[in-house]
Design a protein around this ligand. Structure first.
Ligand SMILES: Cc1cc2nc3c(=O)[nH]c(=O)nc-3n(C[C@H](O)[C@H](O)[C@H](O)COP(=O)(O)OP(=O)(O)OC[C@H]3O[C@@H](n4cnc5c(N)ncnc54)[C@H](O)[C@@H]3O)c2cc1C
Length: 482
């Protein structure tokens, strides 16, 4: 779906803005050629595309500050961008915006093992944070499946999670401080290398704010000692609901695995064809991993497998070696790529109470039949963070719209059972107009009032997160007041 092309007023302003940006950035950091700006026209929600007016690649907090100050003075919208892997269209440009990419800002600024912290520039990829400390026995816990590519910038903006967040929490639980550049160019420090900041919890407000409040250029992250050992067990079941009930029983029993991942038959078959991980022929499988010393692992796995046996598994395979563990994880880690090879798909992201898993999985199956669109489920089951992948044909007229209507129904179902519209992917453009399902207008007003404070002109990442009927009204009022 192509977004509007720039109008004459935008084109007239472009030359002036580019000239000013070139005064504060080197020439190769300002991308204004129309063909080259196409590289930034979408993120991983590729159904929506719109080339920006200009893209810039600053290399320091000072350069980010200079860019924002210029855009603020010119009244130009800015869309911050990490690696562009958002599945919610969070980094989608508008035709009149400057895309501000932090990819060149990827240095480690400081590692402090005594205090278990690392400070990085936020363009650094998630996996390379662990890469910087693993030889010394440490790791950074949040592990999105996209961790090879996604940046800490996007992780903070989306409050990203991953398979191992069941035990260690998501980004907000592992973030200690940020350097934030506000829309007018002001640089502020929030939090730091200590347990909790005095005053208001602004770090909690910034984490998950989807580029609405400022540009995060540096971050202090908590790093952890690598566990003594880890071991997954693979469980196969004849029924999705039974696998869901097993997850719920494990959580209820008070055992805390480091991860519980779920895959159903469409995903199992796609990943087997793609990666050949040796998964069983079954309707649903779980990967449950525990960590600790050998004795701790044996004890936890014995309890978990006892619970699994009560659900009549068709397979119960405990890893016996690091190679086998890697193979068990291989399929799960390739699932999104494998599904992408066989079909276009839309990846949903909603959260439900774990006890609702069997019911919600059944309803998704029923809806799949009603809409005539296949669904594959692969998700972080222990957290109740669901990722139904709705398969559709992008070349078939009307299929994307049908898929979006189906997706909206699934997300409404998540809210109905006491869950949330988003899990770890954020709202972006994808779920913007569904925010009314979860929040009253008063709730949304409270959230928009926070944006008013940080970004009174509503220039940062416009047309995301807040429903258009609410946010457009806000923008019009602001413009009339100028
Ligand atoms: C195959 C695949 C698997 C995925 N698996 C997971 C998963 O397991 N868990 C998960 O949580 N997500 C997952 N994602 C989604 C995505 O990777 C995450 O949302 C990630 O955090 C986005 O990071 P990014 O650097 O690519 O951000 P971008 O896509 O570039 O931007 C995301 C948002 O962050 C904002 N932003 C970017 N940089 C800044 C900045 N410096 N300051 C302020 N705001 C900024 C943008 O404006 C946008 O709103 C997956 C995506 C793919 C394609």
């Amino acid at each position: 779906m192509e977004m509007p092309i720039p109008n004459a007023a935008v084109l007239a302003r472009k030359d002036r803005v580019v000239a000013r940006l070139l005064q504060v950035l080197p020439a190769d950091a300002v991308i204004s050629d129309v063909a080259e700006t196409r590289a930034y026209e979408c993120d991983a929600l590729t159904a929506y595309k719109c080339a920006p007016m200009v893209a810039v690649l600053p290399a320091s907090t000072q350069e980010v500050s200079d860019v924002l100050r210029i855009c603020h003075e010119e009244g130009v919208p800015v869309v911050p961008r990490g690696s562009g892997t958002s599945l919610a269209g969070g980094a989608l440009p508008t035709a009149d915006c400057v895309i501000l990419g932090v990819a060149r800002m990827n240095d480690v600024i400081e590692t402090d093992y005594a205090n278990r912290i690392i400070r990085v520039q936020t363009g650094r990829t998630n996996l390379s944070v662990t890469g910087a400390v693993e030889e010394d026995g440490f790791f950074y816990a949040p592990d999105p499946s996209s961790q090879l590519a996604c940046a800490i910038a996007g992780n903070i903006a989306m409050n990203s999670g991953g398979a191992h967040c069941l035990k260690y929490g998501v980004t907000t639980n592992n973030l200690m401080g940020v350097t934030l550049v506000q829309m007018d160019g002001t640089v502020v420090e929030i939090g730091g290398g200590y347990l909790d900041a005095g005053g208001l919890d602004l770090l909690g407000v910034i984490c998950g704010s989807e580029g609405q409040l400022g540009v995060v250029t540096e971050a202090t992250l908590r790093i952890l000692h690598k566990p003594e050992g880890a071991r997954p067990v693979l469980m196969g079941f004849d029924d999705n609901e039974v696998a869901g009930a097993c997850v719920s029983d494990i959580i209820k029993a008070g055992v805390l695995p480091v991860a519980i991942e779920f895959m159903d038959r469409p995903c199992i078959e796609a990943t087997e064809a793609f990666a050949g991980a040796g998964y069983p022929d079954c309707e649903a499988l779980l990967i449950v991993e525990v960590e600790g010393s050998d004795a701790e692992i044996d004890d936890q796995l014995a309890r978990i497998m006892e619970i699994a046996r009560r659900h009549n598994p068709v397979e119960l395979r405990e890893s016996k070696s690091p190679e086998e563990s890697a193979r068990i994880w291989l399929g799960r880690k390739s699932a999104f790529g494998a599904m992408g090879q066989i079909n276009d798909y839309m990846c949903l992201d909603g959260t439900i109470p774990v006890s609702s898993l069997p019911f919600v999985l059944r309803r998704i199956g029923e809806m799949s039949a009603e809409y005539g669109l296949r669904v594959g489920n692969v998700f972080h089951a222990g957290d109740g963070n669901m990722h139904p992948l709705i398969l559709f044909d992008a070349n078939k007229p009307g299929d994307l719209e049908l898929c979006e209507t189906f997706g909206a129904e699934v997300l409404k179902l998540c809210v109905e059972v006491g869950g949330c519209l988003t899990g770890e992917h954020g709202v972006g453009i994808e779920k913007r107009d569904l925010m009314h399902v979860q929040y009253t207008m008063d709730d949304l007003e409270a959230q928009m009032a926070v944006k008013d404070v940080f970004d009174p002109q509503w220039l940062l990442n416009p047309a995301k997160v807040f429903p258009l009927d609410a946010s457009d009204a806000r923008r019009r009022i602001e413009m009339a007041a100028q």
